[in-house]
Every structure is written in structure tokens, then in C-alpha cells.
Design a binder for this molecule. Structure first.
Ligand SMILES: [Cu+2]
Length: 185
């Protein structure tokens, strides 16, 4: 069936005009997107550290939408004495990590994910513990895109992914809720 009355169409587009901005507002509240030249940075997060801890990790997703390669070479943060780009690997069953002296290549058309167990930002000499729910300002440094400000959403201690992101088994990672399942009512 065809809709011939223009009035209906204008109502439809008016509704879309209201719904679309709300949709983008919700998306931006969940995960901030930072653009720097051809790079798009999303899912920047960290996790809470115990009091007295001197090191913390930083994780993010970097997409290169351009046609030339770039490199994440380092960073800085007010909360940390030093920020390095690291790689974590398994060697004969032992987890080791090392700084990437030449930086992390971000090839054109590729998306590179820094996540627990792999590439990460390593923050040294923390001046204060990272607290869950905090937004931690960090300056990334790229070879071509230069310095880029991002803010890391601090998730709970030991989190494997940012809050709100689905885990690999498809379940949502949620804040811990009081568990009453074992209670006798
Ligand atoms: Cu590290």
C-alpha cells in the first residue's frame, strides 16, 4: 500500500527529527568518541586501583579512517608520573609486558583495540588511586595526529571491559547487584 497523503509523511519525519537526536545523546553518554584527523577514538577506559598502587592501565579503541599509517607513541596524564604504550604477551605460560619503543602502529583502514591482556597504556607513579566512576583525563601522543585529549571512564577493579559493553558470551557487564538468590524468604 502506498501512502499518498503528504501530511502523513511530514508527521513521520517530524517524529524522526525528535528521536534521532535523543538516540545520539544516549550513545554519547555511554561512550565518548574523540576524533583527531583521520583517527576515531572510542571506548577509552581504565579500572579502579587499590589505595597505594603506583601503576594503572588504560584501554581504548583507535580506528584509522584515513589512507596513511599513524602510530601511538606515548601519552601523559596529570595523575601519573609517566605514561607508556605496552604490549602484554604470553611467553611459555608466563605473562610478560614490554614497552613498545617504536609505538603502536595504527594502519589505515584498521581498528586497534587496547584491552586487558594485550596492548595497553601503562600509567606509572600514580599520585592518587583511580576511583570507579571517575573520568580520567589523559593526553595521547600520535606520530602524525599529535596530542589528543581523551578521558578514561574508570570501571571497577579487575573489570575486563568498560561498563556497558557486552561480554563475549553476550551478557551485559553490569554493576554488582545485591544477590538474594540464596536467601530463604
Ligand atoms: Cu604494562
Amino acid at each position: 500500500m502506498q501512502i499518498k497523503r503528504p501530511a502523513l509523511i511530514s508527521i513521520t519525519s517530524a517524529i524522526a527529527g525528535v528521536i534521532m537526536p535523543l538516540y545520539f545523546l544516549a550513545a554519547s553518554a555511554r561512550a565518548e568518541e574523540v576524533r583527531a584527523g583521520d583517527l576515531v577514538i572510542t571506548q577509552a577506559w581504565s579500572r579502579a586501583t587499590p589505595g597505594g598502587a603506583k601503576i594503572g592501565g588504560g584501554y581504548l579503541t583507535i580506528e584509522n579512517k584515513g589512507s596513511t599509517p599513524d602510530r601511538l607513541i606515548g601519552g601523559s596524564a596529570d595523575v601519573a608520573g609517566k605514561v607508556e604504550v605496552h604490549e602484554m604477551t604470553m611467553n611459555n605460560g608466563v605473562m610478560t609486558m614490554r614497552p613498545l619503543d617504536k609505538g603502536l602502529p595504527i594502519e589505515p583502514g584498521k581498528t586497534v583495540k587496547l584491552a586487558p591482556g594485550g596492548y595497553h597504556l601503562m600509567m606509572f607513579d600514580l599520585k592518587s588511586p583511580l576511583k570507579q566512576g571517575e573520568k580520567l583525563p589523559v593526553t595521547l601522543e600520535f606520530e602524525k595526529a599529535g596530542k589528543v585529549q581523551v578521558s578514561l571512564d574508570v570501571a571497577g577493579m579487575g573489570a575486563q571491559r568498560p561498563e556497558g559493553e557486552a561480554s563475549p558470551d553476550g551478557e551485559m557487564h553490569m554493576k554488582k547487584m545485591p544477590d538474594h538468590s540464596g536467601m530463604k524468604m
